[in-house]
Design a protein around this ligand. Structure first.
Ligand code: ZN
Length: 510
């Protein structure tokens, strides 16, 4: 006779398998699938998603859940067993409130809307995309109503990405960050930039770009026996258990930092997933139940803190380029024949307001996010209409960054998130920046040898610290617990602002 916990694990393991199959189909839809496949892929995803939903919310599983709650009731509340059961119960009660029809509608429209978005973006034709965005906003509102919220529909939707966060808390933190960020940006803008480096006018063969980026990713700890890198329009990382964690990228023949830094970014996400405790594979602690997504990272913001840490705090640091510039030169000997490591460090850290979020520098990036969150709040509460989005976008860009996109392709059509129905997801990018500085500072303070390792291009001590304090726990501890355990503090913008002031103060002689 199996224990209730064993029955629970078996059932959750099957759910995990279904969710991984869904993710493989999604990976394929974005990476390999021919255009004509969108409609039938939508049906396949709707069917599998419905099965996953029914599997999870079945009366059979409800009985198991009752039994296992009784079985673990005396155990240590911090143990993985109790956390698994507790989080499953919370998700079960929440998901029961969402109608099955809404779940299948959302799953069916996602690949179609993403396909139309890609077409609209390529053709600079917002009107082509608008009806699908209208539908996604409608579905997002319906979802928020079903889940329930106190103040703003956003509060219900952000739970899927960053449990415990609210519109009010996001605004509070963003206001603090903005207060510290804008004077720094003004000082930098007043200083002005050196002329655009001629480096980006040269040609960098794509094979060598890919090889160098993977070379560094592997030094960081990315295991290619359990991963791979493919090409997509919008880079992402995805995992089908820790044993298969894939990343994607896109290349520019001239501007090689585009592919290089996004590889490091997605590598950061991938490291989180690859270094989860193997004991958590196929368990509730590697499932995002609300997103119906197999994911080991505890929240989007904590996940993003790791992509940012490896991309920016490591990959864009002076220390990194002191070690890696000769390696870069070995891949592109002619292109870098007359460049120094310091010149390159400056070139990849230019601060300049620009149109595209994913290409923005470390400082202005956060302003792009604040703009999106503001628009998202407006779309959800009805104060901004879909039809007005292109114009509102232009007005806000002028307000935040002082520049206006000449086309919607370079404006409100640039991101896939809303096409995917991921309302509530943007805030985690800037929350991730804030967290990255908190985690990094804690790692360096608790173990000075980590910094000595970085100066030699050795990352295993840093990776071990991050694994011990973040990665291995999967979703066992929410951000509000994980962060104080790892750093001794709650969420605060000070370390991030201090990092930006030190780095860019140095670069711009402030
Ligand atoms: Zn990311």
């Amino acid at each position: 006779m199996l224990s209730a916990y064993e029955q629970f694990q078996t059932h959750i393991g099957e759910l995990h398998d279904l969710l991984c199959a869904i993710s493989v189909l999604k990976w394929d839809a974005r990476t390999m699938m021919p255009r004509g496949g969108a409609q039938s892929r939508g049906q396949q995803l709707a069917t599998l998603t419905r099965h996953a939903q029914e599997h999870f919310l079945s009366p059979h599983f409800e009985r198991i859940l009752h039994a296992v709650e009784a079985e673990v009731s005396d155990e240590n509340p911090d143990s993985y067993r109790v956390r698994s059961v507790h989080q499953t119960r919370q998700a079960y009660d929440l998901l029961r409130r969402i109608p099955l029809e809404l779940v299948t509608d959302k799953a069916a429209i996602e690949p179609v809307a993403e396909q139309v978005w890609a077409e609209a973006k390529a053709a600079n034709d917002f009107n082509h995309f608008a009806p699908f965005l209208e539908r996604q906003v409608e579905l997002a509102r319906a979802q928020a109503e079903a889940i329930g919220y106190d103040e703003h529909p956003y509060d219900a939707l952000i739970q899927e990405f960053d449990p415990g966060m609210t519109a009010r808390e996001v605004r509070r933190i963003f206001d603090k960050l903005k207060t510290g960020l804008l004077p720094l940006l003004q000082q930098i803008t007043a200083r002005g930039n050196e002329p655009e480096p001629t480096l980006w006018q040269q040609s960098y063969p794509l094979d060598a770009q890919k090889a160098f980026a993977l070379d560094v990713a592997q030094d960081f700890g990315y295991d290619l026996d359990r991963g791979r890198l493919d090409v997509t329009a919008h880079p992402f990382a995805i995992s089908f258990t820790r044993e298969d964690v894939r990343i994607t990228n896109r290349y520019d023949e001239h501007f090689w930092p585009k592919a290089f830094f996004s590889t490091l970014h997605e590598t950061g996400h991938a490291l989180y997933e690859q270094y989860i405790d193997p004991a958590l594979t196929r368990t509730a602690l590697t499932i995002d139940f609300l997103g119906k997504y197999p994911m080991g990272g505890t929240s989007s913001a904590v996940h993003e803190s790791q992509s940012r840490l490896w991309e920016n705090l490591i990959g864009r640091s002076h220390t990194f380029w002191q070690v890696y510039f000769p390696r870069l030169q070995s891949y592109f000997p002619q292109q870098f024949a007359s460049t120094t490591a310091d010149q390159l460090y400056r070139a990849v850290n230019r601060v300049q307001p620009s149109l595209i979020r994913v290409e923005a520098d470390e400082i202005t990036y956060n302003l792009h996010i604040m703009l999106r969150v503001e628009l998202e709040l407006g779309l959800l509460d009805g104060s901004i209409r879909v039809a007005d989005l292109p114009e509102v976008w232009r007005v806000k860009m002028q307000e935040y960054l002082g520049i206006v996109p000449p086309t919607d392709t370079l404006g409100c059509l640039q991101d896939v998130h809303w096409a995917s129905g991921a309302f509530g997801s943007f805030a985690s990018y800037t929350l991730g920046n804030i967290l990255s500085a908190q985690f990094f500072l804690a790692a360096l303070q608790s173990q000075p040898e980590i910094e000595a390792g970085l100066r030699r291009g050795e990352y295993h001590l840093l990776l071990e610290w991050l694994t011990e304090h973040i990665y291995e726990h999967g979703r066992a501890y929410p951000m509000q617990e994980l962060l104080p355990r790892a750093t001794g503090h709650g969420l605060t913008v000070e370390p991030y602002l201090a990092y930006l002031h030190a780095k860019f103060g140095g670069l711009y002689g402030l």
